[in-house]
Write a protein that binds this ligand. Structure first.
Ligand code: PLP
Length: 442
């Protein structure tokens, strides 16, 4: 160990006295890889600087939102201007309209969105709307897909829950979990079988547009299209969770890639778009802003127009919407090919280093999001992802950290790149890789 982590250790010890596990979101505690989480003092462009003064290239990007890098000048200026005009009004304001319009313009099937403050709220509200609209209660999700910590969706979720090997969370009543059916991802036969028996009870199927919370596991060709066909045939809704992929995989998100409009995964939705979409992360630019949306007739079921209640004191917050709007406006057509090229450079360098040490691995992609699984077979499901060598990932992670690169502290996550990654940052990544690959092989 060469980097000093004394100040992080002191803060972590203090944090554990006043906060459960010392963190405000479980995966930050490093339980998946061991060791002391770095307490970050500041961040600029592609760099994180911790409280001991160590600098890291950031490949977490706040778990997705920081697509432009940290403290991007346009976003900083918008946030500063907005904050100078007041922090929260509790009345409608112009930025809310502009952000909703920007999202509706980007994602072709959307007619309306409602703004909320987190991805969890977005999926929870979309689910309530689906149940309210169909008058049915059963929800189908896929193992390894994480949709936030909504009671009904915490069954076999990926992300932090995967790190802790928890099948479900304590505190979720059997009645809530009992209305949720969990199926293996990419298993069309399982979906068909379930709908043949219980099709009339199912309100909605919710799926990550392209899962990133068990690591990156894109839908097999035809899977999304089949979900659309089967749900439509049984009067159930299809909810596409684009909290992670929205505005990151392409200008619109995974939807843009699957429709072929913006990329390489055509054929996803020939028989119609999902009924509802959820968004978060990038659209908040690092602030708490998220959304759910769909056709106007469906969204009209929400209060105040309709009977499905949904609300929020800070929903559409003027500072958060200013950050989101400035971020989306800087996510231009030029950005996405550049992100992809940067991601390919990093993934190729990592793959070469691992191959040189004979470490079994597979790289999987969704736009510029990618994961390196420490196994040599393709990963199509949560069970496949769990079969990887997580201890090899832990050794790799710590050697990268020593080399000045902060990867996600779990083998079940996507690596996120930002538009701020420059030649210096890429050089630091390349320099750290050989020792990390050796550590993984050890
Ligand atoms: N849906 C997906 C696909 C996510 O990746 C996440 C968070 O990682 C969520 C929902 C929940 O979002 P939040 O953490 O903002 O509540």
């Amino acid at each position: 160990m060469t980097l000093s982590t004394t100040a992080s250790q002191v803060l972590f010890d203090r944090a554990r006295e006043v906060t459960p596990g010392g963190v405000n979101s479980p995966v930050r505690a490093f339980r998946g890889v061991g060791g002391v989480p770095r307490f970050i003092d500041s961040a600029r462009g592609p760099w994180l600087t911790d409280v001991d003064g160590n600098r890291y290239v950031d490949l977490i990007c706040s778990w997705g939102p920081m697509i432009l890098g940290h403290a991007h000048p346009d976003v900083l200026a918008s946030v500063t201007d907005a904050a100078a005009k007041g922090f929260s009004f509790g009345t409608p304001s112009e930025n809310e309209v502009a952000l909703a319009a920007e999202i509706v313009e980007r994602v072709e099937p959307l007619e309306q969105v409602r703004l909320v403050s987190s991805g969890t709220e977005a999926t929870m509200s979309a689910l309530r709307l689906a149940r309210g609209a169909t008058g049915r209660s059963v929800v189908v999700k896929f193992a390894g897909c994480y949709h936030g910590h909504v009671d009904a969706l915490l069954a076999q979720a990926g992300s932090g829950v995967a790190t802790f090997a928890l099948p479900d969370s304590a505190g979720v009543p059997a009645s809530a979990a009992g209305e949720t059916v969990v199926l293996p991802y990419n298993d069309l036969g399982a979906v068909e079988e379930l709908f043949a028996v219980r099709g009339e009870e199912i309100a909605a199927v919710i799926t990550e547009a392209s899962p990133g919370n068990m690591g990156v596991v894109p839908p097999a060709p035809g899977f999304t299209e089949a979900l659309r066909r089967i749900t439509s045939a049984h009067g159930a809704l299809l909810i596409s969770d684009e909290v992670m992929t929205g505005f990151r995989c392409s200008r619109s998100g995974w939807y843009g890639l699957e429709t072929g409009a913006e990329g390489a995964h055509p054929g996803g939705y020939p028989s119609g778009a999902p009924d509802l979409f959820t968004f978060g992360k990038v659209m908040g630019g690092g602030f708490p802003a998220a959304a759910f949306g769909g056709r106007a007739d469906l969204m009209a079921r929400l209060a105040p127009d309709g009977p499905v209640y949904q609300a929020g004191t800070l929903s559409g917050n003027p500072v958060a919407t200013a950050a989101g709007l400035a971020t989306l406006r800087a996510c231009t057509d030029e950005l996405y090919p550049r992100l992809l090229e940067t991601a390919r450079t990093i993934a190729d360098a990592a793959s070469d280093a691992l191959s040189a040490e004979g470490v079994a691995h597979t790289v999987q992609w969704a736009g510029s999001m990618f994961s390196i699984f420490f196994r040599d077979e393709p990963v199509r499901s949560f069970a496949d992802a769990q079969a990887q060598d997580t201890s090899a990932y832990g050794r790799f992670f710590h050697a990268m950290l020593e080399g000045g690169v902060h990867l996600p502290p779990s083998a079940f996550e996507a690596w996120f790149v930002s538009g701020a990654l420059d030649a210096e940052a890429l050089d630091v990544i390349r320099a750290a890789l050989p020792a990390a690959a050796q550590a993984a092989a050890a």
